[in-house]
Design a protein around this ligand. Structure first.
Ligand code: JCF
Length: 674
C-alpha cells in the first residue's frame, strides 16, 4: 500500500475533527456555525484524500455517515447488559404506589427522581470502545438485537467518536431514535412529490428507516437519537443518573432538554401534568413521562422484576391513536359546498375522549389509503384538531369490505357534485340553495363588494337561518320588522336600518350581482368580465363552455364551474326569485358603448405595489386596462396613482416623495367600481 504522506495524514485528521465539530453544532446543539455549502466542501476534501489514500479511512470518519453498500441480512448483536423495558403507570395512584414502595424499601422519607419525556420511537444500544463507535443494535428481545451499526453511523446526532480525551475503555449508551415533526413533514412531502407511499406516523418511519439493509437509504432519512442512559461501562460513572446524562451530553450526545430533577410523587405528577399541557408544542411524539431514581448507587439494591427495573417507571399519557371499526363513510357538506368524506366509527376512546367520527379529508385520500367500509382503521387525535383516519389495518380486512365512491348528487340538496380540474375537493354546485351552505352563501351575498348590505353580521344570519326566517337569499327581501325585532341585539332602530339597507341593495350592477351569487371560481374581476362580455344575465345563463372561454381570463375550469352552477334548477329558482323580489341593474343596451377616450380611467397611469387581498396583480391590471388605464412598473412624475397593498416596497416611498396620489386597497376598489 502506498505510503501516506505526513501532510495528507494531518490534513485528514484536521478535516475529520472539523467535520465532527460542525456535525455536533448542527445536530446536537441545533446551532450551526458554517453553511451547508462549506460543510460539503470540507466533506468533499476529506473524501478526496481518503480515496487517494485508502489507508486513511477509519470507521469513525465522518465520510462513513453517507451510508455503505447494502447488507444481505442483519447479524445478531448481544448487549453486554440487558436492555430492560419499563413498568407502566396509567394513573396518579400508580405513581404514588411506586413512590411509597421505594420509600419503604430504601427507608427514606423522600426520593429524588429524574423525569424525562418518554419518546415514541425505537430504542437502540450503542457500543463504544476507547471512545469510538464500534457497534449499534436494536433492542430486540432485550438480550440480543439486530446489528444496525452501518445505519447508526448515518445518524448525525450519534457521535462516531466521544468528545473526550479520556474515554472509558468500554461503554454502552442507550437512547431512542425518533423523527422530529418538522423533519417528518418534510420527509412525507418529498415522498408525496415523488409518488412514494407516505408514512403513517413518525414512529413507523423511524423504525422502518433503522431496519434498512441499505444504509444509504437510512442516511436519506432525518433520524435523531436522544440518549437516555447507559448500559455497561468499564469505568466508574457519576453517582447520580442526572450527572450521567450531563456526562453523556459533554461527550457529544443529544440529551432531552426537558430532563429535570423531581422530588417525590408530587414532583412526578406535576411534571406529568406539564408534559400533557405542552405535548402539542414538542417537536417529537411522546407517549409518557419516565421517572428514574436519581441515586444510581441504590439501583442494584432495588433490582428488577421479570422485565423491568424497580427504580424506573413509565407514566403513560393518553394514547392519541387507536384502532376501531369503520362502519360507514358519510359525505358531509361544508359551508362552502366542499364535500368531505367522514368516517363513522364504532366509538373508541382516544386521548381521553370518545371518538365516533374522523375525517378522511377527500376522495384522493380515501383511495390513497384504500379505506373501505368494514375495515378496521387506525385513527389519530392530536390536540384540538379533528380526529383523522391514518391507515387501514390490512390484516383485519373482512372479505365483504366495500370500497367507497363520491356521490354524484349532493346528499343535502340533490344538486350536482363536481370536482373542478384543479381542486382536490368535490363540491356541491347548488350553492344558492343548498341548506348546508346557507349561512356561507348569505354572508357572501351581503358582503360589501357583493350586494353591500350593511348591518347583517354572521351572528344575525345564523339566527335568521336557525329560526327559519331565511332559507335562501331571496328571503332577505321578504323580511319584515317583526322578523327582526327580538333577535339578539336588534332594536327598532337597527331593524329599520337593516331593512333600508336591504331595500337599497335591490338596485345594483350586473357585475356585483354575479359576484354575489358565489359561483365557485368567480371572483370580482371575473364577474366584471362576464358582465362586460355578455351585457345581460340571460345570455350569460344560456352560454355554453365554448362561449364562456371567449371571455378574457376565463379558462375551461372556470367555464365549467359557471355552466354547472347555472345548470342547477334550484340555483335558477333562487335567481328568478331575486329578480321577482325587485333586484335589478341598469340595462347595458340602453347605455351607448363608451369609446376608448370616454373610458373612466382613460389616460391614467398606475403603478401597483404590495399585495392586495381581493385581487391578484393580474386581475387588478386587467381591470385598470378595461377601464382605459395603463399599468407601468416604475414610479415617475408621469404616474397618476400608486396602489399600495400590504407590505409595499420602495415604490410607495417614491410616490410620497414625488407627490403622486396613493391609493390603499379600499380606495382602489372604489375607483374601479364602475
Ligand atoms: O424514551 C424512551 N422511550 C425511553 C425508554 C426512555 C428511557 O429512559 C428508558 C426507556 C426504556 C428503558 N429507560 C429504560 C431503562
Amino acid at each position: 500500500m502506498a505510503e501516506v504522506p505526513q501532510q495528507a495524514r494531518s490534513r485528514a485528521a484536521s478535516l475529520r475533527e472539523q467535520l465532527e465539530h460542525h456535525n455536533y453544532r448542527y445536530y446536537v446543539l441545533d446551532d450551526p456555525e458554517i453553511s451547508d455549502a462549506e460543510y460539503d466542501r470540507l466533506m468533499d476534501e476529506l473524501q478526496g484524500l481518503e480515496s487517494d489514500y485508502p489507508a486513511l479511512k477509519t470507521p469513525s470518519s465522518p465520510t462513513q455517515r453517507v451510508g455503505a453498500a447494502p447488507l444481505s441480512e442483519f447479524s445478531e448483536s448481544r448487549h453486554e447488559t440487558p436492555m430492560q423495558s419499563l413498568a407502566n403507570a396509567f394513573e396518579s395512584g400508580d405513581v404514588e404506589d411506586f413512590d411509597r414502595r421505594l420509600r419503604e424499601s430504601l427507608g427514606v422519607d423522600s426520593v429524588e427522581y429524574v423525569g424525562e419525556p418518554k419518546l415514541d420511537g425505537t430504542s437502540i444500544n450503542l457500543h463504544y470502545v476507547d471512545g469510538a463507535l464500534v457497534e449499534a443494535a436494536t433492542r430486540g428481545d432485550g438480550e440480543v438485537g439486530e446489528d444496525i451499526t452501518a445505519n447508526a453511523r448515518t445518524i448525525g446526532s450519534i457521535p462516531l467518536q466521544l468528545r473526550t480525551d479520556q474515554p472509558p475503555a468500554r461503554l454502552e449508551v442507550r437512547g431512542e431514535v425518533v423523527i422530529r415533526h418538522r423533519d417528518f413533514e418534510r420527509l412525507n412531502q418529498t415522498r408525496l412529490e415523488r409518488g412514494e407511499r407516505l408514512f403513517a406516523n413518525p414512529r413507523n418511519a423511524a423504525a422502518g428507516s433503522l431496519r434498512q439493509l441499505d444504509s444509504r437509504i437510512t442516511a436519506s432519512r432525518p433520524l435523531t437519537l436522544f440518549a437516555f442512559g447507559i448500559g455497561h461501562c468499564s469505568e466508574a460513572m457519576p453517582k447520580t443518573h442526572y450527572a450521567v446524562l450531563q456526562q453523556l451530553r459533554e461527550w457529544g450526545f443529544l440529551i432531552n432538554d426537558r430532563v429535570e430533577r423531581l422530588t417525590g410523587a408530587a414532583g412526578c405528577l406535576d411534571y406529568h401534568e406539564r408534559l400533557v399541557e405542552d405535548r402539542e408544542q414538542l417537536d417529537y411524539e411522546i407517549d409518557g413521562a419516565v421517572y428514574k431514581v436519581n441515586d444510581r448507587s441504590v439501583w442494584d439494591r432495588l433490582g428488577s422484576t421479570a422485565r423491568a427495573p424497580r427504580w424506573a417507571l413509565a407514566h403513560k399519557l393518553p394514547a392519541r391513536e387507536a384502532t376501531t371499526l369503520l362502519e360507514d363513510i358519510i359525505p358531509s357538506v361544508g359551508r362552502t359546498g366542499v364535500i368531505t368524506p367522514v368516517a363513522a366509527l364504532s366509538p373508541v376512546e382516544v386521548g381521553g375522549v370518545t371518538v365516533s367520527r374522523a375525517t378522511l379529508h377527500n376522495l384522493d385520500e380515501v383511495q390513497r389509503k384504500d379505506v373501505r367500509v368494514g375495515d378496521t382503521v387506525m385513527i389519530r387525535r392530536a390536540g384540538d384538531v379533528i380526529p383523522e383516519v391514518v391507515s387501514v389495518v390490512a390484516s383485519q380486512r373482512p372479505a365483504d369490505a366495500r370500497p367507497w365512491s363520491m356521490p354524484e348528487r349532493c346528499p343535502v340538496c340533490g344538486s350536482d357534485v363536481v370536482r373542478l380540474d384543479d381542486e382536490a375537493a368535490h363540491r356541491c354546485m347548488g350553492g344558492l340553495f343548498c341548506p348546508a351552505q346557507r349561512v356561507g352563501a348569505i354572508m357572501h351575498f351581503v358582503s360589501r363588494r357583493a350586494m353591500d348590505i350593511d348591518g347583517l353580521g354572521e351572528k344575525l344570519v345564523e339566527q335568521l337561518v336557525e329560526r327559519e326566517r331565511v332559507a335562501t337569499v331571496v328571503d332577505l327581501y321578504r323580511l319584515t320588522r317583526s322578523d327582526l325585532l327580538g333577535l339578539d341585539r336588534m332594536g327598532e332602530k337597527s331593524s329599520d336600518n337593516l331593512l333600508k339597507a336591504i331595500a337599497a341593495s335591490r338596485q345594483t350592477t350586473l357585475a356585483r350581482f354575479l359576484y354575489a351569487l358565489g359561483i365557485s371560481q368567480v371572483g370580482e374581476v371575473t364577474a366584471k368580465n362576464l358582465a362586460g362580455h355578455f351585457a345581460g344575465l340571460e345570455p350569460l345563463m344560456a352560454a355554453d363552455e365554448e362561449a364562456l372561454v371567449e371571455v378574457p381570463d376565463i379558462g375551461p375550469v372556470v367555464a365549467e364551474s359557471i355552466t354547472r352552477f347555472f345548470a342547477q334548477s334550484h340555483n335558477r329558482e333562487v335567481i328568478d326569485g331575486l329578480i321577482e323580489a325587485g333586484v335589478h341593474w341598469p340595462d347595458p343596451q340602453s347605455q351607448t358603448a363608451p369609446g376608448a377616450d370616454d373610458l373612466p380611467l382613460a389616460g391614467k397611469t398606475f403603478v401597483l405595489t404590495g399585495s392586495l387581498e381581493a385581487f391578484t396583480r393580474d386581475e387588478a391590471k386587467a381591470r385598470i386596462e378595461q377601464l382605459g388605464g395603463k399599468v407601468t412598473s416604475s414610479v415617475s412624475g408621469k404616474t397618476d396613482y400608486v396602489v399600495a397593498g400590504a407590505d409595499p416596497g420602495s415604490k410607495r416611498d417614491k410616490a410620497e416623495a414625488l407627490g403622486v396620489t396613493l391609493l390603499d386597497e379600499a380606495a382602489f376598489g372604489d375607483l374601479i367600481e364602475q
